[in-house]
Design a protein around this ligand. Structure first.
Ligand code: ATP
Ligand code: MG
Length: 571
């Protein structure tokens, strides 16, 4: 399709000032470049230039999905509660699920994801292993009533997602398609111009065990990652923590009970006794669903990872003030030596590396010193409880892990039979047996990806779009209303468009400074600057927005030059 946009006719209300509400570059620049406007918290209108970029992202995603045999369809946004009752998620999903009633009082929700709808669709039609595997996708609006919508498109409440779902007769078939989806996701990230990592992750609300997140690296990302030169990378929520071996005391010490009046925190104890915080054990108390006390014991200088805690004791909740009173335990002096009767003690396995620890004595104002895990601790479960962090060791190769922040742009999951069993979605296998479908699901945040691209591609003046995502590829800037300037600019613009370049002409009656500022702000990859001075010498200037490189090009060669540059960057 020929693209020839005239700025006089483009609805892109640019802003000179930074909008106060925008905390991250993508949010600020999408607003300033006149690409999005807020309609309500986390709900945006996409203006024409943003919509052009979104269409390009969608095209890349479609190409990659079609290439692996995934078929496009469209599912409804409004979904009946019955399906969510079947999967059990009506009660599990919580307030992120926007619920509504129709005029007859029947319950519905706005789809935050579509496992239920697709499983119901397939269960009613696909009966035999001969029809498998099958993989379906849609590109659609999702609604999640996020507790803290922020950062513009990075965490919205209404956003666009590509979601795919696959159905298999065997685990091998699922694995094969999961790998194909993962490779497609890597190619999508590459084609969007993202610097990214595939990381081991947690599956959250979606369920399932095997899952990978694709993270665009960015300082502004909400996710914390650890990664290693060997290729290992993980979300700290999920990363196995291998704490550095830190031999301190090889000789067993005697267990001593020490009076520690008023010392309630790890920092208090460490400071008063001249210890390192890592010489102490931090014990956090929780309770199970049926009210049993749980102790989580970790090294004093580390944080408990709530996901790992919940994995060790499903349904556990950490105690609030009331809880401490109820269980009558001294908040500042808890520990794994002589724990209260009936308490479940879960201790981080790294505590076993050392012999001598300072731990709470489960008695107000007392601690034990010299506590030996094997000799003195009462532990029910040794587990990995600590949130991994940079400086820990790589669980694959033992090298020191580095840290980074990332934006989760996409995620793939092996769901197994999590939905098909609950929803009774079965097929007949080769032996005539009824079996539940083995499923996978695969999501790309389309609008989040748009923002992630900007997080990685911008400078002080504005956005620096990669060609693959730019609203258009090149803009022609006539710097004056001089006839020759205007006519040359028109000719280059039309010829560019004829040559298949997505072309823009800044035909507005604006000063050169305004045109430059808007072109840099909106971030068209290439600018063709047509001025009187240049034309006197028979040249125009071609500027590459991202690098700032400028070249003087004879007027007649301008189109060919831009075409070569653009085509070398398309993906
Ligand atoms: P997060 O952990 O960031 O809340 P998620 O893991 O819940 O995201 P998924 O269920 O994996 O999200 O959804 C697939 C993709 O949809 C995500 O990788 C992300 O790109 C996108 N996405 C999810 N939530 C949002 C949101 N609130 N705003 C924009 N995009 C989102
Ligand atoms: Mg996710």
């Amino acid at each position: 399709m020929r693209t020839a946009l005239r700025m006089s006719n483009v609805y892109a209300p640019t802003l000179r000032e930074d909008p106060a509400e925008a905390e991250v570059p993508s949010h600020r620049l999408l607003l300033r470049a006149g690409m999005i406007r807020k309609v309500a918290a986390g709900i945006y209108a996409f203006l024409p230039l943003a919509w052009r970029s979104i269409a390009k992202i969608e095209r890349i995603v479609r190409e990659e999905m079609d290439a692996i045999g995934c078929q496009e369809l469209l599912l409804p946004v409004v979904q009946p509660a019955e399906l969510w009752h079947e999967s059990g998620r009506w009660d599990l999903y919580g307030p992120e699920l926007a619920r509504l009633k129709d005029r007859a009082g029947r319950d519905f929700c706005l789809g935050p994801t579509h496992e239920e709808v697709i499983t119901a669709l397939v269960r009613d039609e696909v009966r035999s292993y001969r029809q498998l595997p099958m993989s379906l996708y849609q590109i659609n609006v999702k609604f999640r009533d996020e507790i803290r919508p922020r950062f513009g498109l990075l965490r919205g409440r209404e956003f666009i997602m590509k979601d795919a779902y696959s159905f298999h007769a065997t685990q091998e078939s699922l694995q094969e398609h999961y790998d194909a989806q993962s490779r497609a996701y890597g190619r999508i990230c590459d084609r969007l111009g993202l610097v990214w990592r595939a990381v081991e992750a947690e599956s959250g609300q979606i369920g399932g065990k095997v899952t990978t997140e694709f993270m665009a690296l960015a300082e502004t990302g909400e996710a914390e990652l650890v990664h290693c030169a060997c290729g290992f990378a993980a979300n700290v929520e999920a990363a196995e923590a291998l704490l550095e071996g830190r031999p301190r005391c090889t000789e067993p010490e005697e267990l001593r009970k020490v009076h520690t009046p008023g010392l309630r925190t790890i920092a208090d104890i460490a400071q008063t006794f001249g210890l390192d915080e890592r010489d102490t054990v931090k014990t956090m108390a929780g309770s199970t669903e049926d009210g049993r006390l749980v102790f989580f014991c970790i090294p004093g200088d580390r944080e408990l990872n709530p996901v790992k805690a919940a994995r060790a004791v499903p349904g556990v909740r950490l105690l609030d003030e009331e809880g401490f009173e109820q269980h009558r335990i001294p908040k500042g002096s808890l520990g794994p030596v002589s724990p209260p009767e009936g308490a479940i003690v879960v201790a981080d396995r790294s505590l076993r590396h050392e012999r001598s620890w300072v731990v709470g004595a489960n008695e107000e104002d007392y601690h034990f010193f010299g506590a030996d895990p094997e000799r003195d601790f009462t532990v029910d479960v040794w587990a990995d409880l600590v949130a991994a962090r940079p400086g820990d060791l790589c669980p694959r190769c033992g090298a020191v892990l580095e840290g980074a922040r990332g934006i989760e742009v996409s995620q793939v999951f092996q769901l197994g039979t999590r939905y098909s069993e609950k929803m009774n979605a079965t097929f007949t296998d080769e032996d005539g047996q009824e079996r539940p479908f083995i499923m996978g699901c695969y999501g790309v945040g389309i609008t989040r990806s748009l923002a992630a691209v900007i997080e990685q591609h911008h400078d002080d003046a504005g956005i620096c779009w990669p060609v693959s995502v730019a609203p258009a590829e090149a803009i022609v800037l006539p710097l004056s209303s001089d006839d020759e300037v205007v006519q040359t600019a028109e000719r280059i613009f039309e010829t560019l468009a004829d040559a298949g370049i997505e072309a823009v002409l800044d035909d507005r009656d604006e000063r050169a400074g305004v045109k430059f500022a808007d072109a840099d702000l909106i971030g068209w990859p290439y600018q063709v600057v047509v001025g009187r001075k240049g034309l006197a010498e028979g040249v125009v200037e071609v500027k590459h927005r991202a690098t700032g490189d400028r070249e003087s090009v004879p007027v007649d060669e301008a189109v060919a030059r831009v075409r070569t540059l653009v085509e070398s960057q398309r993906s």
